[in-house]
Write a protein that binds this ligand. Structure first.
Ligand SMILES: C[S@@+](CC[C@H](N)C(=O)[O-])C[C@H]1O[C@@H](n2cnc3c(N)ncnc32)[C@H](O)[C@@H]1O
Length: 505
């Protein structure tokens, strides 16, 4: 019997799966991975080392990768998953892309990581329901790397579980019953083209420039390594026409993956629109040409434990926020320029002397004053000094450089609240919370605003989330966004608000 793999063999298997399938399988239990590797090595009549060598060398890759994909991928899906996306598709994305057809005949939609086809077919159904006269002008292509899923998709036969979020009228219109099986309408089935492609591989024959108008890539990249998710997103961005739309899973964001999209927020959901590279703003071009500041370079005299905590936490925030922007496809790495020295400004922030923070920022060179981290610090300080119009301007300038900056959206929420525009404040908080699900302050703020608006249910939900996130929140973010409150005080605030509402913490 083939022996179980050694630790280095297991680690080699993990890197091969990241390299060849994009998958981050660190989350998988080692015992199931052990077994899988042993099983596959034994099926090839050798030991784990020789199997890994052949897999890396390429001679057994084609069939073997398909098999491994079937074992390792999550294929959960259902019809009309996240219905708000389909409303945005039919109310905004499709009408716009149909209107933009000039000379071209078709709007092309891609479902990337389509699993057993429910997503692609939902798009085809939505097209027929909303654009019956233009359906022949809209193509739907669906890709996945798992051959078993593609086979199932092509059959168009589903159980009631796949239809669990579909209104009965819609079910009756598009499916016929064969015992416990629901058979999809033949015209819808024939309208979707299924193809086998690997999102982790460069396939220039498939990903050619601007070929798609709309891409659904939902609940796929969340299982990828960061590098492979960035690479896949570069391929998708390249293949998406300027102005085209991208839909990701509701728990996924582009933050850290790509800077080539605008964030859209309608129908109570988020999605993205491909920027037009030719219309890149001056600010965006400038961002591409200079590095971001490193929070970890900040030092504050005489408080080393504090510095260390901030450094460690900031490093994590910074690597998540900045890394992808420096690795854009086709762009040369920006030249390194020294970051501004913010030591004194940070010292004053720590002491809640926002006037002095602004003074320190005021003496920076023009170039440093436009650094994204400096702009965030400036926006926070202005906001806490009561200058919310100026704070808002600093946020807008920062968002011109980095549209997916969760911190800027949060400070904008505070500014909107000061201007008495509670709804827009909540919208900005929602964007910040979506862009960074671990960010506690927008949840806390949303909870307080919802309470003011009398929406106790929403308030309690947001405050509970804030309470849980605050326990883990990075110290640097509490310092920057906590308005002078310490973690314990913010936690106590959440608890007292929940108590006052009669809601359980
Ligand atoms: C959780 S399903 C998502 C299905 C659908 N998009 C949805 O949101 O309901 C993820 C799918 O991504 C596919 N997938 C994973 N890695 C892939 C890769 N490297 N290339 C293509 N598809 C991949 C899996 O086979 C699986 O069917």
């Amino acid at each position: 019997m083939t022996p179980l793999p050694s630790a280095p063999e297991l680690s080699c298997f993990r890197s091969l799966m990241a390299q060849l399938l994009g998958l981050n399988i660190d989350a998988l239990r080692s015992s199931s991975l052990d077994e899988l590797l042993r099983r596959r090595a034994s099926a090839h009549g050798g030991n784990c080392a020789s199997y890994l060598e052949r897999l890396a060398g390429g001679d057994i890759q084609a069939g073997e990768l398909a098999l491994l994909a079937q074992e390792l991928t999550v294929t959960e899906t259902y019809f009309f998953r996240n219905p708000a996306h389909y409303s945005a598709l039919t109310d905004i994305a499709l009408p716009e892309r149909l209107a933009a057809l000039s000379g071209r005949q078709h709007v092309h939609v891609l479902s990337a990581g389509c699993a057993s086809g429910e997503e692609a077919y939902s798009i085809a159904i939505a097209v027929r329901e909303h654009f019956p006269h233009s359906a022949h002008n809209i193509t739907v292509t669906a890709i996945d790397f798992n051959p078993a899923m593609l086979e199932k998709a092509q059959l168009g036969r589903y159980s009631s579980w796949s239809l669990r979020d579909m209104a009965p009228g819609r079910q009756a219109r598009w499916f016929s019953n064969e015992g416990s099986v629901f058979l999809l309408d033949q015209e819808v089935r024939q309208s979707v083209k299924f193809e086998r492609h690997n999102l982790a591989a460069d396939e220039p024959g498939f990903w050619w420039g601007s070929r798609f108008d709309i891409v659904f890539c939902r609940n796929v990249l969340m299982y990828f390594t960061l590098e492979q998710a960035q690479a896949a997103m570069r391929r998708i961005a390249y293949a998406l026409a300027p102005g085209g739309y991208l839909f990701m899973g509701h728990a996924e964001t582009l933050r850290g993956l790509s800077n080539e999209f605008h964030l859209c927020h309608t129908h109570d959901t988020f999605y993205y629109q491909r920027k037009d590279p030719l219309a890149a703003t001056e600010a965006e071009s400038e961002l591409a040409a200079r590095p971001g500041r490193r929070w970890q370079e900040l030092t504050v005299a005489g408080d080393t434990s504090w510095i260390e905590t901030i450094r460690a936490a900031s490093e994590r925030i910074h690597s998540m926020a900045k890394a992808p922007l420096q690795g854009q496809a086709g762009k040369a790495s920006p030249p390194s320029r020294p970051a501004p020295n913010l030591d004194h400004a940070m010292e004053y922030l720590h002491k809640e002397r926002y006037d002095r923070v602004l003074e320190q920022i005021g003496i920076l060179s023009e170039e440093h004053a436009r650094d994204t981290d400096v702009l965030l610090l400036k926006a926070v300080s202005l906001c806490h000094s009561g200058a919310s119009n100026e704070a808002e301007q600093a946020c807008q300038e920062l968002l011109g450089y980095d549209e997916l900056n969760a911190g800027a959206h949060y400070v904008l929420a505070l500014c909107r609240e000061s201007a008495g525009d509670l709804q827009s404040a909540i919208d900005q908080d929602q964007m910040a919370a979506y862009l960074d699900p671990a960010f506690a302050m927008p949840r806390l703020h949303m909870g307080l605003l919802a309470h003011r608006k009398g929406d106790t249910l929403a308030a309690a939900a947001a405050l509970r989330q804030a309470l849980s996130l605050l326990q883990q929140e990075d110290p640097s973010r509490i310092l920057l966004f906590g308005g002078g409150f310490k973690r314990e005080a913010l936690i106590a605030l959440c608890r007292s608000q929940l108590d006052a509402m009669g809601a359980r913490a």
